[in-house]
Ligand binder design. Structure first.
Ligand code: 5RP
Length: 224
Protein backbone atom coordinates (compact mmCIF):
# COMPACT_ATOMS: atom_id res chain seq x y z
CA UNK A 1 0.00 0.00 0.00
CA UNK A 2 1.28 3.49 -0.87
CA UNK A 3 0.64 5.32 2.40
CA UNK A 4 1.33 8.73 0.87
CA UNK A 5 -1.37 8.07 -1.69
CA UNK A 6 -3.80 6.86 1.00
CA UNK A 7 -3.53 10.09 3.02
CA UNK A 8 -3.35 12.36 -0.02
CA UNK A 9 -6.66 10.98 -1.26
CA UNK A 10 -8.23 11.06 2.21
CA UNK A 11 -7.46 14.76 2.69
CA UNK A 12 -9.70 15.67 -0.24
CA UNK A 13 -12.71 14.68 1.91
CA UNK A 14 -12.07 17.85 3.91
CA UNK A 15 -12.21 20.17 0.91
CA UNK A 16 -15.66 21.70 0.54
CA UNK A 17 -17.28 23.60 -2.31
CA UNK A 18 -16.34 27.29 -2.33
CA UNK A 19 -13.19 26.91 -0.24
CA UNK A 20 -9.86 28.62 -0.85
CA UNK A 21 -7.28 25.86 -0.41
CA UNK A 22 -3.54 26.15 0.28
CA UNK A 23 -1.57 23.44 -1.49
CA UNK A 24 1.55 22.21 0.31
CA UNK A 25 4.70 20.77 -1.22
CA UNK A 26 6.22 17.32 -1.52
CA UNK A 27 5.66 13.73 -2.49
CA UNK A 28 2.64 13.26 -0.20
CA UNK A 29 0.95 16.47 -1.32
CA UNK A 30 1.53 15.20 -4.87
CA UNK A 31 -1.27 12.68 -4.30
CA UNK A 32 -3.52 15.26 -2.67
CA UNK A 33 -3.19 17.59 -5.66
CA UNK A 34 -3.95 14.73 -8.05
CA UNK A 35 -7.04 13.74 -6.04
CA UNK A 36 -8.15 17.37 -5.83
CA UNK A 37 -7.77 17.80 -9.58
CA UNK A 38 -10.03 14.77 -10.07
CA UNK A 39 -12.69 16.33 -7.82
CA UNK A 40 -12.43 19.66 -9.66
CA UNK A 41 -13.00 17.83 -12.96
CA UNK A 42 -16.14 16.36 -11.39
CA UNK A 43 -17.40 19.87 -10.57
CA UNK A 44 -15.93 20.83 -7.19
CA UNK A 45 -15.55 24.60 -7.12
CA UNK A 46 -12.44 25.77 -5.24
CA UNK A 47 -9.76 28.40 -5.48
CA UNK A 48 -6.16 27.47 -4.75
CA UNK A 49 -2.88 29.03 -3.69
CA UNK A 50 0.44 27.23 -3.57
CA UNK A 51 3.46 26.95 -1.26
CA UNK A 52 6.02 26.39 -4.02
CA UNK A 53 6.79 26.71 -7.70
CA UNK A 54 6.99 22.89 -7.82
CA UNK A 55 3.37 22.60 -6.68
CA UNK A 56 2.23 25.37 -9.04
CA UNK A 57 3.74 23.41 -11.92
CA UNK A 58 2.12 20.18 -10.76
CA UNK A 59 -1.28 21.86 -10.36
CA UNK A 60 -1.07 23.53 -13.76
CA UNK A 61 -0.09 20.25 -15.42
CA UNK A 62 -3.35 18.82 -14.05
CA UNK A 63 -5.41 21.72 -15.38
CA UNK A 64 -5.78 23.56 -12.07
CA UNK A 65 -5.35 27.30 -11.91
CA UNK A 66 -3.42 28.79 -8.98
CA UNK A 67 -3.98 32.24 -7.54
CA UNK A 68 -1.31 34.51 -6.06
CA UNK A 69 -1.63 35.12 -2.33
CA UNK A 70 -2.34 38.78 -3.04
CA UNK A 71 -5.42 37.83 -5.06
CA UNK A 72 -7.20 36.18 -2.11
CA UNK A 73 -8.26 37.57 1.26
CA UNK A 74 -8.12 34.34 3.26
CA UNK A 75 -7.34 30.63 3.06
CA UNK A 76 -9.93 28.19 4.42
CA UNK A 77 -7.78 25.10 4.50
CA UNK A 78 -4.10 24.30 3.93
CA UNK A 79 -3.00 20.72 3.34
CA UNK A 80 0.70 19.92 3.63
CA UNK A 81 3.19 17.19 4.50
CA UNK A 82 5.74 17.01 7.33
CA UNK A 83 9.22 15.59 7.75
CA UNK A 84 8.69 14.65 11.40
CA UNK A 85 5.88 15.14 13.91
CA UNK A 86 5.79 14.49 17.65
CA UNK A 87 2.88 13.76 20.01
CA UNK A 88 2.42 17.46 20.81
CA UNK A 89 1.79 18.24 17.13
CA UNK A 90 5.22 19.86 16.74
CA UNK A 91 6.61 19.26 13.29
CA UNK A 92 9.77 19.74 11.30
CA UNK A 93 9.17 20.87 7.73
CA UNK A 94 11.35 22.07 4.90
CA UNK A 95 12.85 18.87 3.56
CA UNK A 96 11.70 20.12 0.16
CA UNK A 97 13.10 23.62 0.81
CA UNK A 98 9.64 25.19 0.74
CA UNK A 99 9.31 25.95 4.45
CA UNK A 100 9.02 29.73 4.22
CA UNK A 101 6.04 29.77 1.87
CA UNK A 102 4.60 26.76 3.67
CA UNK A 103 4.68 28.64 6.96
CA UNK A 104 3.13 31.76 5.47
CA UNK A 105 0.27 29.73 3.98
CA UNK A 106 -0.21 27.73 7.21
CA UNK A 107 -0.25 30.93 9.23
CA UNK A 108 -2.91 32.52 7.02
CA UNK A 109 -5.07 29.38 6.80
CA UNK A 110 -8.07 29.01 9.10
CA UNK A 111 -7.39 25.29 9.30
CA UNK A 112 -4.28 23.24 8.58
CA UNK A 113 -4.24 19.51 7.85
CA UNK A 114 -0.98 17.58 7.84
CA UNK A 115 -0.74 14.38 5.85
CA UNK A 116 2.06 11.88 6.30
CA UNK A 117 2.94 8.23 6.46
CA UNK A 118 3.62 6.64 9.84
CA UNK A 119 7.40 6.81 9.40
CA UNK A 120 7.15 10.55 10.15
CA UNK A 121 5.52 9.93 13.53
CA UNK A 122 8.20 10.29 16.22
CA UNK A 123 8.41 10.39 19.99
CA UNK A 124 10.73 13.41 19.82
CA UNK A 125 11.95 15.57 16.96
CA UNK A 126 15.54 15.61 15.77
CA UNK A 127 16.49 12.60 13.70
CA UNK A 128 15.55 14.75 10.71
CA UNK A 129 17.86 17.77 10.41
CA UNK A 130 16.04 21.06 10.95
CA UNK A 131 15.92 23.20 7.77
CA UNK A 132 16.31 26.96 8.08
CA UNK A 133 15.98 29.50 5.27
CA UNK A 134 18.62 32.24 5.41
CA UNK A 135 19.43 35.29 3.33
CA UNK A 136 22.34 34.96 0.87
CA UNK A 137 23.54 38.41 1.97
CA UNK A 138 26.14 37.76 4.68
CA UNK A 139 25.26 34.07 4.80
CA UNK A 140 28.68 32.89 6.01
CA UNK A 141 28.31 35.19 9.03
CA UNK A 142 24.78 33.90 9.71
CA UNK A 143 26.15 30.36 9.60
CA UNK A 144 29.02 31.30 11.94
CA UNK A 145 26.54 32.76 14.42
CA UNK A 146 24.58 29.51 14.30
CA UNK A 147 27.79 27.56 14.95
CA UNK A 148 28.64 29.80 17.89
CA UNK A 149 25.39 28.88 19.65
CA UNK A 150 25.77 25.15 18.93
CA UNK A 151 23.22 24.74 16.13
CA UNK A 152 25.53 22.68 13.86
CA UNK A 153 24.47 24.20 10.51
CA UNK A 154 25.26 22.66 7.12
CA UNK A 155 24.57 24.69 3.97
CA UNK A 156 22.30 22.66 1.69
CA UNK A 157 23.60 21.88 -1.79
CA UNK A 158 21.82 20.66 -4.89
CA UNK A 159 23.72 19.12 -7.77
CA UNK A 160 26.97 20.35 -6.26
CA UNK A 161 25.89 23.99 -5.99
CA UNK A 162 24.22 25.95 -3.20
CA UNK A 163 20.49 25.26 -3.26
CA UNK A 164 18.43 28.36 -4.05
CA UNK A 165 14.88 28.50 -2.70
CA UNK A 166 11.83 29.86 -4.51
CA UNK A 167 12.52 33.10 -2.61
CA UNK A 168 16.14 33.25 -3.86
CA UNK A 169 17.47 32.39 -0.42
CA UNK A 170 19.65 29.56 0.95
CA UNK A 171 18.80 26.63 3.23
CA UNK A 172 20.94 25.40 6.09
CA UNK A 173 20.17 22.10 7.82
CA UNK A 174 20.80 22.00 11.56
CA UNK A 175 22.17 18.68 12.84
CA UNK A 176 20.63 18.94 16.28
CA UNK A 177 20.07 15.28 17.10
CA UNK A 178 17.15 13.36 18.57
CA UNK A 179 15.30 15.10 21.40
CA UNK A 180 16.76 18.59 21.02
CA UNK A 181 15.28 21.39 23.11
CA UNK A 182 12.66 22.81 20.74
CA UNK A 183 12.02 26.02 22.68
CA UNK A 184 15.72 26.82 23.10
CA UNK A 185 16.49 26.20 19.41
CA UNK A 186 13.52 28.31 18.31
CA UNK A 187 14.65 31.19 20.53
CA UNK A 188 18.23 30.99 19.27
CA UNK A 189 17.12 30.98 15.64
CA UNK A 190 14.74 33.87 16.07
CA UNK A 191 17.53 35.97 17.58
CA UNK A 192 19.94 35.54 14.65
CA UNK A 193 19.80 38.28 12.02
CA UNK A 194 19.88 36.74 8.55
CA UNK A 195 17.50 33.90 9.42
CA UNK A 196 14.44 34.28 7.23
CA UNK A 197 12.36 31.44 8.73
CA UNK A 198 12.88 28.05 10.33
CA UNK A 199 11.22 24.70 9.80
CA UNK A 200 9.75 24.32 13.28
CA UNK A 201 5.96 24.28 12.86
CA UNK A 202 4.70 24.15 16.43
CA UNK A 203 1.08 23.19 17.07
CA UNK A 204 -0.07 24.73 13.78
CA UNK A 205 -2.36 21.96 12.54
CA UNK A 206 -5.96 21.24 13.42
CA UNK A 207 -5.94 17.70 12.14
CA UNK A 208 -3.47 15.05 11.08
CA UNK A 209 -4.06 12.24 8.63
CA UNK A 210 -1.53 9.50 9.23
CA UNK A 211 -1.06 6.71 6.74
CA UNK A 212 -0.77 3.24 8.29
CA UNK A 213 -0.96 -0.26 6.82
CA UNK A 214 -4.50 -0.38 8.28
CA UNK A 215 -5.48 2.78 6.39
CA UNK A 216 -5.74 6.50 7.11
CA UNK A 217 -5.92 7.43 10.79
CA UNK A 218 -7.46 10.79 11.70
CA UNK A 219 -5.87 12.54 14.68
CA UNK A 220 -7.53 15.73 15.94
CA UNK A 221 -5.37 18.28 17.71
CA UNK A 222 -7.31 19.24 20.86
CA UNK A 223 -5.21 22.37 21.36
CA UNK A 224 -5.76 24.04 17.99
C1 5RP B 1 8.71 20.67 1.89
C2 5RP B 1 8.09 20.03 3.07
C3 5RP B 1 7.35 18.77 2.86
O1 5RP B 1 6.05 18.92 3.30
C4 5RP B 1 8.03 17.70 3.65
O2 5RP B 1 9.39 17.65 3.24
C5 5RP B 1 7.38 16.35 3.44
O3 5RP B 1 7.58 15.92 2.14
P1 5RP B 1 7.18 14.50 1.60
O4 5RP B 1 5.69 14.44 1.63
O5 5RP B 1 7.78 14.45 0.23
O6 5RP B 1 7.80 13.47 2.52
O7 5RP B 1 8.16 20.52 4.17
O8 5RP B 1 9.43 21.80 2.23
Amino acid sequence: MNLKEVVGKKAVDYVKDGMIVGLGTGSTVFYFVHALADRVKEGLNVEMVSTSIQTVELAKSLGLSIKELEEIDHIDLAVDGVDEIDKDFNAIKGGGAALFREKIVADIAREVIWIYDESKDVEKLGNFNLPVEILPFGYSHTIRKMEEVGLKPVLRLKDGATLITDNNNYIVDLHLGYGFDIKAVKEKLESIVGVVEHGLFLNMCKLCIKGTEQGAVIIENPNN
